[in-house]
Write a protein that binds this ligand. Sequence first.
Ligand SMILES: [Zn+2]
Length: 254
Amino acid sequence: MSGALSGLSSSGEIDSTLPTRKLLAVGCRILSLHGHDDFNQGQISARRHDSPDFLIKVAQRGFDDACPDDMVACAVAQDAVVPPEAPPEAPLHQAIYAARLDVGAIVHSHAESATIFGATDLQIVPISHEGAFFKDEVSRFDETSHTILDHDTGGAVARALGQKSALLLCNHGLVVVAATVRRAVILTLMLERACRLQLLAESLQRSYRTTRDEEVEKKRRYIYSDVAIRNYWNHAAQAACRAFPDAQEWRSPA
Ligand SMILES: [Zn+2]
C-alpha cells in the first residue's frame, strides 16, 4: 500500500508535515468509507496555524470526492466575507471556532445512526467501548432541525455544545470537535458506532449491561489514548487509500 492517501511515511507513521488540506482530504475519504456521505452535504474543517482562518470542504464536493484543492479558507470572524465556494453551514464552524479556542478541527455529518439517535431522548451509555468514551460527552441541539445557515443559529449550536466533544443536532446529524483533524475524524466514526450499537441494544427490548464507571475511565485512558487514536487513524487511512486509489498523488507533503 502506498502511503499516498493516508499521508503515511515509509516507516508507516503519519507524516506530521502533511499539509492541513491533505489531512482534510484524507479525513473526507475516511468519513465516506464509514458511511457519512449525504450527497455533497456535511463538512470537515480545520484551523490554519499560520492565519486566523480555517480551511473547510467546499460546498460542491462530498466526502467521497473531495481533494486537497477542494478546501477553501474561511474567516472565523462573522463580519468577514465568506467565499462563495464555502458551504452554507460555514456559520456553524465559525461559531464553534470563535467559542472554543481548544478546537482545531470540526466534523459535521448527516450520519444515519447519529441522526436517528439524536431524534430520541436517549443519552449515550457505555454499552460499547465507544459508548464509554462518549458517556456525558454529547450535547443535544433542538432549537431547529434545519440547516445551520446564520450566525445566530451557529452561536446557539456552539452554546449547546459547550465544552463537550460532540453534539447531536436533532433530526439533522452530528457535530464532533477535537484538537486535530485525525482525532475529529476518528471520534466521528466512534460516535456513529456508539449510536448504532445502542440503538440496536434498545431495539431488542431486553435489559442490557453497561460498563462500570471505574472501567469507563480505564477505557478512556487506554483504548482511546492519543497513541491509540493515532493508530486508529493510520488504520483507517490505509483502508481509505485502498478504496480511493485516485489520491495516490497526495503522498508528497509539499
Ligand atoms: Zn447539515
